[in-house]
Design a protein around this ligand. Structure first.
Ligand code: NAP
Length: 278
């Protein structure tokens, strides 16, 4: 985050979120954690009932429709599916407030495509978030459009300042970002599920196996962060000759564990490229 972003006061910022679903919801939570006033956050989903339900769950306001949500908003976040983005921009473009920034969460729709669907010189950004931003432990890659001013970019950074890690990336890096953060979350969940199931198979109660796996993943991350150690050095410190860990690691390598993880990340990045037509 930039210094200016950390000094940005969000208490009067009005945010419209069109599509507060699996990703739009966590984005709203992160923006509230950053200091946005819930009364200034309006959301709209595909029906009034859905908007009301999501607004009640998130503690923000439901807008009557998309035009009402966008009216006067400083920041308009698009949390709909990628195939909906361009039609949505064509619909809301003329209703955007002067100086508004449009932030799309969509994979596969580029800044150039978005810019083309909007009135000239509209400020457009892309944000690629991962789900744990809702608990302040996610990652957000921000891609800045040409028409975005420094003040607008600082505002977007400030909105994501409590999301976890937020960094500027290029559109060329977004595919790697998806493989290494956005989609990786689900791969980590899947790995953790396998670890918990095996702990149960080895005789632990599911609650205990879950607690141990969560603590182990958290502990490994905390240790690397605090010590600054290279990950291979940290692994070496828990690998004594002829011991249990080296035996487990050898089996992991023989079974192609590392290759399977790399392939999964590459597949996610490749799919992102395919969606973007790159
Ligand atoms: N999920 C992730 O981990 C993730 C990560 C990074 C980026 N993204 C991006 O986030 C975007 C949303 O994905 P998602 O997984 O959050 O999908 P989702 O859970 O299906 O959410 C989509 C939201 O859009 C709303 N919506 C649909 N049509 C609408 C319309 N015409 N007007 C207003 N709202 C409308 C839906 O409302 P209803 O519930 O009423 O149908 C829903 O709240 C995608 O572009 C995706 O590429 C997702």
């Amino acid at each position: 985050m930039t210094d200016n972003a950390s000094q940005t006061d969000l208490s009067t910022t009005t945010v419209a979120v069109i599509g507060a679903g699996n990703m739009g919801g966590p984005v709203v939570r992160a923006m509230l954690a950053a200091g946005t006033d819930p009364q200034h956050v309006r959301i709209v989903n595909s029906s009034p009932a859905s908007s009301e339900r999501a607004a009640a769950e998130l503690g923000v306001t439901a807008a009557a429709d998309r035009a009402a949500a966008v009216d006067g908003a400083d920041v308009v976040v698009l949390g709909v599916k990628p195939y909906q983005i361009l039609d949505l921009l064509a619909e809301i473009g003329d209703g955007l407030a002067e100086g508004a920034v449009v932030v799309s969460l969509a994979a596969g729709t580029t800044l150039a495509q978005m810019q083309e669907a909007l009135p000239a010189d509209t400020a457009v950004e892309r944000a690629m978030p991962s789900v744990p931003i809702s608990v302040g432990e996610g990652a957000v890659g921000l891609m800045r459009g040409d028409a975005v001013t420094d003040a607008q970019h600082d505002l977007v950074h400030a909105l994501f300042s409590c999301a976890g890690v937020s960094v500027d990336i290029t559109e060329g890096q977004v595919h790697a970002f998806i493989g290494t953060a956005g989609s990786l979350v689900a791969i980590v969940f899947s790995l953790m599920e396998a670890m918990i199931d095996e702990g149960v198979r080895e005789g632990l109660k599911r609650d205990l196996a879950t607690e141990l796996v969560q603590q182990t993943v958290r502990g490994a991350t905390g240790l690397l962060r605090e010590s600054g150690q290279h990950v291979a050095v940290a692994r070496g410190t828990v690998t004594s000759p002829g011991g249990t860990t080296v035996e487990g690691l050898a089996e992991f390598e023989r079974r192609g564990g590392r290759a399977a993880i790399a392939s999964a990340m590459q597949a996610a990045a490749d799919r992102s490229k395919e969606m973007a037509g790159d």
